[in-house]
Write a protein that binds this ligand. Sequence first.
Ligand SMILES: [Zn+2]
Length: 273
Amino acid sequence: MSEHVLTAGEHAYYQRQMVLPEWGEAGQLRLKAARVLVVGAGGLGAPVLQYLGAAGVGVIGIADGDFVEVSNLHRQVIHTMEDLDTPKTTSAATRLRRGNPHVEVVEHMVPVTVANAADLISGYDIVADCTDNFATRDLLHATCHALGRTLVSGAAQMTEGTVTTFAAFRGGENPCFRCLYPTPLPPEMTPSCSMVGVAGPVLTVIGGLQAMEVVKEILGIGEGLSGRIVMYDGLSAGFSEIPLARRADCPCCGGSATAQGERAMAQPPVTGG
Ligand SMILES: [Zn+2]
């Protein structure tokens, strides 16, 4: 099906968003031509995938090596009891295809590792980081930076969450993940949701923000989140924002392009998603 025209079925499906002046048919065609990789089909991936699928992102990749467990279901609302023990990629892809027949969903049933990250990411325009551990976040960022891909990153734990966008490859004042964390955080500094818990609705807030940022990046509208971190506190129902500046001495984006690429591809192997 052509990326350059919308069918009658697509017009009917997307009419309530195409009526937005910033969106229009031109924006819908941009979405249709876009390829987005969502890494992690869990608590953040659930809203991100469902909204990007419903919005009409032409090709949506889902990368996750895990299977659906009963302890996932309070927050990973893309999966159901019927999906227990099935791959999360299969469960999520089935849900997206049922929701919108106009998009193509690609299942990558693997954890993202240093061995496959570049191959996976090079097939997409934008990556949504919906993972839950520092090592995978670091690897995703390094690979996106080296390949020149925008990374929209969400994180949530307990009753709080954050969203930001990394696009330091564009140059200028755009900061990178290592401007935020010059040295990798040890695992004990980043406990997982299985250890400290997370409130499901917080994930929907953060994932919804992430999906909107991905749409904005594709449409080229609004103000992106590069250089800004939006924070949500579920208990006070408060949003705040902190600026993130580029570091001149950043170990990732502070040096020459060649050195950046070498560093980006020299990350230690990790698993996750
Ligand atoms: Zn940096």
